[in-house]
Design a protein around this ligand. Structure first.
Ligand code: PBE
Length: 304
């Protein structure tokens, strides 16, 4: 009797496992390769894979959904984080699955994967973006040496990318920044030439922990250290970052994507901050897809 019961239990377990296997197989067969002949909306479940809720690109993408009438098809923007988005991209890319992401450059995602920006005929994301350096009011009087260096800080998307890629490969941001400084002595000398070294002075920078801002903030921090400053850098959300500089809790940040991506905060805090101008030219924000999505080239194509 006992043995029969045991056998039945075993059989049931077998059956259950079998059913589970069939169900799982069914699930994975739903994720099909990108099909140029089928509606892209259907293929991605009308979902754009996004990043953290506070990012400017998320607000712009909500505008895109409205302005292009994508809301009529119930398109939605999925909130996650840069890490989660790039990890989903990585998995889907290997299998050539359809995926639409919120993308931007400079970022290693455009180096590691062959991606294309979707055309934006309504120009909701704006053409090109620049990144500005922002300081608190009176930094110029209080810490003129730091102000002068911050004012001179300027580099290219390729240079920022080179630091970002190292950090993405697991290097400590401060170490990657130091190495970049060591390899670019002429440029760094231009930022610091003639600036007096200081003693017993500290400076605080805030930033959002996006890969681009991790790179720039660490490079600037290391250069300020070389001028004698005790530098602290503190990561926070975008709104507190702006508020910290506007409210004199922090001295500076190098993370203002303008004129579009950070526009809301720029407008709110304009009168309480100093805009030292552009530290990087030619950044870009938009929707992006892998190269193999041959029939998706414009945001308008999402309506098909
Ligand atoms: N980003 C990277 C940010 C700015 C830097 C594009 C994700 C954003 O606010 O969207």
């Amino acid at each position: 009797m006992v043995t029969i019961l045991k056998k039945i239990t075993k059989l049931t377990t077998f059956l259950a496992l079998g059913i589970l296997a069939v169900v799982l197989a069914g699930c994975s067969s739903q994720v099909a390769k990108y099909n140029p002949k089928e509606s892209i909306g259907k293929q991605v479940n009308y979902t754009i894979t996004g990043i953290d809720a506070g990012a400017g690109i998320m607000a712009s993408t909500q505008n895109v959904i409205k302005d292009y009438g994508l809301d009529k098809n119930n398109w939605q923007l999925q909130t996650s984080s840069t890490a989660a988005m790039t990890s989903t991209l990585d998995k889907d890319y290997q299998k050539k699955l359809p995926i639409i992401i919120t993308g931007w450059t400079p970022h290693w995602m455009f180096t590691k994967y062959k991606l294309k920006f979707l055309k934006d005929p309504k120009n909701v994301y704006g053409k090109a973006e620049d990144i500005h350096t922002i300081t608190r009011k009176n930094l110029k009087q209080d810490k003129p040496e730091a102000y002068e260096m911050l004012d001179r800080f300027y580099w290219t998307p390729a240079q920022m990318s080179s630091v970002m890629i190292k950090v993405n490969n697991g290097e400590e941001p401060a170490k990657a920044a130091k190495a970049w400084i060591k390899n670019n002595p002429k440029q760094v000398a231009e930022w610091t030439k003639g600036i007096k070294h200081v003693h017993n002075q500290s400076i605080k920078m805030t930033y959002v922990a996006w890969d681009s801002e991790i790179a720039s903030t660490n490079v600037v921090a290391e250069v300020l250290k070389s001028l004698g400053y005790k530098v602290t850098i503190q990561a926070m959300e975008m709104q507190p970052m702006w508020a910290s500089v506007a409210g004199n809790d922090a001295d500076a940040m190098v993370s203002a994507w303008l004129p579009n991506t950070s526009a809301v905060f720029y407008k709110d805090y304009r009168s309480q901050i100093d805009d030292l101008g552009i530290n990087l030219r030619g950044a870009k924000v938009g929707l992006a897809v892998p190269y193999y999505m041959t029939n998706v080239n414009s945001i308008e194509d999402l309506k098909k």
